[in-house]
Design a protein around this ligand. Structure first.
Ligand SMILES: Nc1nc2c(c(=O)[nH]1)N[C@H]1C(S)=C(S)[C@@H](COP(=O)(O)O)O[C@H]1N2
Ligand SMILES: [Mo]
Length: 264
């Protein structure tokens, strides 16, 4: 064995010992970092849990998280314009097989002969409006891309009366000066709250047709909301009652932590 080789071997063994020690230190360090990060996560979780939860109409989201959502609402709200239209498409681009999503508020059998749209006026009087009367109002058709917060979207074709035209036809101008519209299914199981500007947007419709035919039962027959400026959660199917208020109406998904405004 040549002296040079011996030296090399010695050096490499020494190097090996150093790298072994380094590896051990790295392992220990990794553990320390892991436990510190884990501890911080647990602490943050307890912190959020201890925070005051919103109650009632504002839903169950914890305050700091809700503040973030309200901040979103301020940004989107200020960007909102009555004249800014959501992109529309020719009927030929609308899908034939329209996806059916939620069925909350649709579980009871519908008594279509007895169905009426109940509109509670600011005077406290309630109007009961038949489907026949709603169909007498000017009808519009609209193809737009319905976006669900679950991440899917579809170009779909709907027909009905503009909510703004409905308001005028039924003398609801005083109500339209209020801040919010509340809509609920006949059984009150699904309900949405809408800011008035979005409700009166020219593409918001009380909808009774899909693909040129009466709405299928699972898509909201006889009447649903189509509100293209908002995500799918606000497009309530099977309307029962409409109310007006200056406080936020109850909202099914906002109560479960989703953004109240849900605009896009
Ligand atoms: N009554 C009622 N309306 C509802 C829902 C629901 O569960 N119940 N789901 C909403 C959701 S999450 C979406 S994405 C749209 C989808 O409409 P579609 O089922 O006609 O595709 O309906 C909305 N309207
Ligand atoms: Mo949705």
């Amino acid at each position: 064995m040549l002296p040079g080789q011996l030296t090399n071997k010695k050096i490499s063994m020494k190097e090996k010992r150093i790298s072994d020690r380094k590896a051990r230190i790295n392992t220990i360090l990794s553990f320390v970092i892991f436990f510190v990060a884990f501890g911080l996560g647990v602490a943050a979780w307890f912190w959020i849990k201890k925070l005051p939860s919103e109650t009632g109409i504002l839903g169950g989201t914890k305050m700091p998280l809700r503040k973030g959502l309200n901040f979103n609402e301020q940004i989107f709200g200020s960007l909102f314009s009555q004249n800014k239209l959501v992109k529309t498409y020719p009927v030929s681009q609308a899908v034939k097989q329209v996806r059916v999503n939620g069925n909350i508020g649709l579980k009871q059998a519908l008594d279509s002969a007895a169905w009426k749209l109940y509109v509670v006026k600011s005077t406290g009087d309630t109007m009961a409006i038949s489907m026949e009367d709603i169909k007498k109002l000017p009808k519009i058709d609209l193809v737009f891309e319905l976006k669900c917060i679950e991440g899917w979207s579809q170009k779909t074709w709907w027909g009905g009366v503009k909510f703004a035209d409905f308001i005028k036809a039924y003398g609801l101008q005083p109500e339209a000066k209020m801040t919010y519209v509340g809509m609920a299914t006949p059984d009150d199981e699904y309900y949405v709250g809408l800011d008035m500007a979005s409700a009166l947007h020219p593409q918001t419709i009380l909808c009774y047709e899909m693909n040129g035919k009466p709405l299928p039962i699972n898509q909201g027959y006889p009447l649903r909301l189509i509100i293209p400026v908002k995500y799918g959660i606000k497009h309530i199917k099977r309307l029962g009652t409409i109310t007006f208020s200056n406080q936020r109406p109850r909202d099914y998904w906002a109560e479960r932590g989703y953004d109240y405004y849900s605009g896009h």
